[in-house]
Design a protein around this ligand. Sequence first.
Ligand code: ATR
Length: 276
Amino acid sequence: MKRAAVIGWPIEHSRSPLIHGHWLQKHGIDGSYTKIAVRPEEVAGFLAGLAKQGLAGCNVTLPHKEAAFRAADERDASAIAVGAANTLWLEGKRLFAANTDTYGFMRHLEVSAPQWRTRDRPVLVLGAGGAARGIVYGLLEAGVGEVRVANRTLTRAEEIAGHFGRHVRALGWEAAAGAAGDAGLLINTTSLGMAKTGPLDFDVARLPEDAVVADIVYVPLETELLAAARARGLACIDGLGMLLHQAVPGFTRWFGVVPEVTAELRQIIVADIEGH
Ligand code: ATR
């Protein structure tokens, strides 16, 4: 039997077992995917012992993504760009690391709002944390000519611009509204708008009428930002789609089948989110 897991501290809230469990069942695979709580001081030892524990690999969530990156023997370009990994797998004795959040976001965008690509316009990214870094990397790989990164702490936006070079421009938070008028795509990568944080104060009326609006927050499923965008008739990309798509590469590595993100799977996770 092939085994995989998600590790974190805490880990109870993770919805990854629901996603991978659905795919295991659907494909009739003799495998398992469980949650394992791993303390920060134990993570290096845990990852060094993956094979001994019979694991083909694992997903990694907070606060272990940087430790996972360091533990790996090989890292994909997205993990290197972010300095963190969320997916690990063994090839023989070698441990491979990937950051599939970038793939998850870009794939969801491609599938759910393919029109974004036909427009050669700037992209406005709100936030400059790890999530923003991965998304900026994905956008540049996709050929975006100008990414504007607006953040409360300007120096973090400047670090991203410094890392990725001339196609990225750093802005202070108050400059975000003024940078929206010609943006083809707006992406919220901050935690603002989550059930437990304050609201994101951004007026979608500033965006062009054919802009696409994306939020990586998925609890609530429809953030105030997305609700306002939808009310204006803008195309919306929600955070749940990113979560579902980011799971595909890991499952493929561990279990040898490329799974599909379907409406049925989405409904399972929606029911779980709404039930809590
Ligand atoms: P992640 O790795 O998930 O992106 P992070 O590194 O903690 O998480 O980044 C969180 C992002 O949300 C940052 O851009 C943060 O802004 P700062 O760099 O200024 O901290 C942003 N953020 C969080 N709370 C915020 C708030 N109240 N107002 C504006 N931005 C906020």
